[in-house]
Design a protein around this ligand. Structure first.
Ligand SMILES: Cc1ncc(C[n+]2csc(CCOP(=O)(O)OP(=O)(O)O)c2C)c(N)n1
Length: 213
């Protein structure tokens, strides 16, 4: 308990939007010349939002991500060179750094039950840290997401869901797929959910050049 409180006072790195953007540009360039023989999923257009979110995240919190997680890794304190090495080795799609308390899964909804389990363990142990789960808007429309959010709310678990809406599930328009104008969690910002919208300049995967692995 004492350790947890002490850990919580240590700040995560303060990064600028330019720093995040430059990192993705660097990875995009490496990918487009064939230096990365595995998929990469890049962010753009949400740098300020990410930096803002991480102002509320502490070193001993757990951050769970999908296939797109470079920004979260940098903001959670993974050293730039260590992160780049993992990406160059082909692990961008499921980056895991347990020592920095960050996990990812390339399976749609994969991290959700894991996040709920960690939050349950935290609650039972009496620790004060929290879990932050980053999911896309299509993931947020799945049954698994609805159940995990409902379970977390009803059991008052220390977990927060961040829903990142880029409008697309790979190349499919999410609202068209569900034949709806408004998504289930659209616009919500409360103690359990932070929904936000962003427009990325990158395709779902890769950086615009077809690369044969
Ligand atoms: C179980 C499973 N089914 C399908 C896929 C293929 N897939 C990868 S990303 C994705 C779309 C997810 O859309 P969204 O949740 O909005 O995330 P985004 O990448 O747009 O942020 C799909 C269907 C997968 N990775 N896992």
């Amino acid at each position: 308990m004492q350790d947890t409180v002490l850990e919580n006072t240590k700040r995560l790195p303060q990064l600028t939007p330019e720093y995040l953007r430059e990192f993705e540009e660097e990875i995009a360039a490496e990918f487009n010349v064939g230096n990365i023989r595995a998929p990469v999923h890049l962010y753009s257009g949400n740098e300020e939002m990410m930096i803002d979110l991480f102002r509320g995240i502490h070193r001993d919190d757990w951050v769970l991500c999908s296939w797109r997680s470079h920004y979260q890794c940098l903001l959670k304190g993974v050293p730039r060179d260590e992160l780049k090495r993992e990406i160059l080795d082909g692990r961008s799609i499921s980056l895991c750094f347990p020592e920095y308390r960050i996990f990812s899964s390339a399976i749609v909804t994969g991290i959700l039950p894991i996040g709920v389990g960690i939050a349950m363990a935290i609650k039972r142990s009496g620790e004060k840290n929290r879990v932050y789960c980053f999911i896309g808007e299509m993931t947020s429309e799945t049954g698994v997401a609805h159940e995990c959010i409902k379970y977390s709310e009803n059991h008052n678990l220390p977990i927060h869901f961040i829903i990142e809406d880029n409008g697309k599930s790979v190349c499919t328009d999410t609202r068209q797929a569900w034949n709806c104008e408004k998504l289930t969690y659209e616009g919500i910002r409360n103690h359990r959910i932070t929904y936000y919208k962003y427009n990325s300049k990158w395709p779902h995967a890769g950086a615009g050049v077809r690369v044969q692995f």
